[in-house]
Design a binder for this molecule. Structure first.
Ligand SMILES: [Zn+2]
Length: 138
């Protein structure tokens, strides 16, 4: 488990130089945190981390290898480059492993299964996914 209060503080500094930092960091940078807001943000990020880890375990146990990193609109500049990219849950998969979930405490992203059926129906091949792969780097 990550230390989310420390991460919130670290990301606040990281977002300081951004032209358009995501909420609630944008407001915290100008007005400071409201009562309990920093703690609530850390807690919701921790919940998401726990839920994502459980979900990934479930997918692995079901033999799912390929997942797609899906984002809600308004992702921050750090997270946005990974939106829509494919990752491998397998130890020695062709694609890179997924980014840590969540990447930052501001964004709410989710890993979705890429099933063979979906790929066939949408005409997406593993080569396409490899061409567009975006390995996570901190
Ligand atoms: Zn983000």
């Amino acid at each position: 488990m990550r230390e989310w209060l420390a991460e919130v503080d670290r990301w606040l500094e990281r977002f300081r130089d951004e032209a358009q930092p995501p909420e609630p960091f944008a407001r915290a940078l100008t007005d400071g945190w409201r009562d309990g807001e920093r703690e609530a943000l850390a807690e919701s990020a921790q919940t998401l981390e726990r839920e994502s880890a459980a979900y990934v375990e479930q997918l692995r146990a079901s033999g799912v290898d390929l997942v797609r990193f899906d984002c809600k609109s308004g992702s921050c500049s750090v997270c946005v480059r990974y939106c829509g990219k494919a990752y491998s849950l397998a130890e020695d998969g062709d694609l890179p492993p997924p980014p840590p979930m969540p990447i930052c405490p501001a964004c709410r992203h989710v890993l979705n299964m890429l099933t063979p059926f979906f790929m066939q129906r949408t005409g997406v091949t593993l080569d396409d996914l490899l061409d567009e792969a975006e390995p996570f780097r901190d």
